[in-house]
Design a protein around this ligand. Structure first.
Ligand code: NDP
Length: 286
């Protein structure tokens, strides 16, 4: 079977992992990066270095973009808009759903198709069997390039709207940042009290395994059922006051639990003290 040749533009940690994975699997890879030196290692392994964005775009039908944001996407593609016609651009660059839609429209006006991608693994996960990427955009473009895209990660196709993959990605990353910040705050309190992160690790793993709560809450959130039969906001306020006090007494900045406490207090002030914690979704939407 012949394998597709691919262009990779953007050689940060993620783009380099992608280009390297293509090389490992026997694909011809053309690369371009604003800072050309970042391509050296890949070129030494057989990648072709494009001297210009235009050459990179003209080299292959499938162009993978892995850039910081869509400002970078435009800064690069606007150097050679005429070379975009007929290209499928797998834009694996994180940004907002609105920007993903805007870039898709901009590309369409130049005869190119965007597949928006939200990669769900860090660079070392590229090419691993369990790795996944959210994709959205034209289904026929996904199918046409499925084999080449699946070299990088599995495909979770969400639909035609080019904003969808970015939306799902942002929802996940919303949970990731706030959850990870909670972990780091807890470890700051632990360290301030002489407990190492490694010592606390098995407890942290257990505490952050939210699966039970997520599966219990999801149908209730969808049903708008915020009955306080299992937990309630007033209990959360009291608990967060203890968390905040413990952090401050340990000499640790309390702004993170204070922000969460403020949210819970707002819910209580809105008359939801006896409702489930899930009622915070209503407070947040309001
Ligand atoms: P980086 O921010 O390190 O990517 C930098 C790339 O963008 C480099 O090629 C850089 O070029 C280029 N770039 C940035 N600004 C410009 C500009 N104005 N003009 C031209 N090129 C520009 O990110 P990563 O490689 O870590 O990630 C790439 C994408 O993948 C991001 O959107 C990220 O959110 C997403 N992602 C990353 C994950 C990770 O763990 N790293 C995980 C999941 C998704 P130069 O080398 O010249 O600076």
């Amino acid at each position: 079977m012949t394998v597709a040749s691919v262009t990779v533009i953007g050689l940060g940690p993620m783009g380099r992992a992608m280009a390297a994975t293509y090389l490992d699997r026997g694909h011809e890879v053309t690369v371009w990066n604003r800072t050309p030196g970042k391509a050296d290692g890949l070129v030494a392994r057989g990648a072709r270095r494009a001297d210009t964005v235009e050459a990179a775009l003209r080299a292959n039908d499938l162009v993978v973009l892995s850039l910081t944001d869509h400002t970078a996407v435009h800064a690069i593609l606007e150097q050679a808009p005429a070379a975009l016609a007929g290209r499928t651009v797998a834009n694996l660059t994180s940004d907002t759903p609105d920007r993903a839609r805007e870039t898709a429209g901009w590309l369409a006006a130049r005869g190119a198709v965007q597949l928006t991608g939200g990669v769900q693994v860090p660079p070392p996960g590229i090419g691993a069997p369990e790795a996944m990427t959210y994709y959205s955009g034209p289904r026929e473009a996904i199918e046409a390039h499925r084999a080449a895209l699946e070299v990088l990660t599995g495909i979770e196709y969400l639909g035609e709207d080019p904003g969808l993959a970015a939306l799902y990605y942002q929802i996940g990353i919303d949970m990731f940042w706030t959850g990870l910040a909670g972990y780091l705050h807890g470890q700051a309190v632990a360290q301030a009290n002489g407990i190492s992160a490694r010592e606390f690790l098995p407890r942290a793993v257990k505490t952050m395994d939210f699966r039970y709560f997520l599966e219990f809450y999801a149908p209730r959130i969808d049903a708008g059922d915020h009955g306080g039969d299992v937990d309630n906001v007033a209990m959360g306020v009291a608990s967060l006051e203890h968390v905040l006090h413990t952090a401050r007494a340990s000499g640790v900045d309390g702004s993170l639990p204070a922000a969460v406490l403020e949210l819970f207090r707002r819910a209580a002030d809105a008359g939801r003290g006896g409702d489930s914690l899930t009622s915070l979704t209503e407070v947040l939407k309001a």
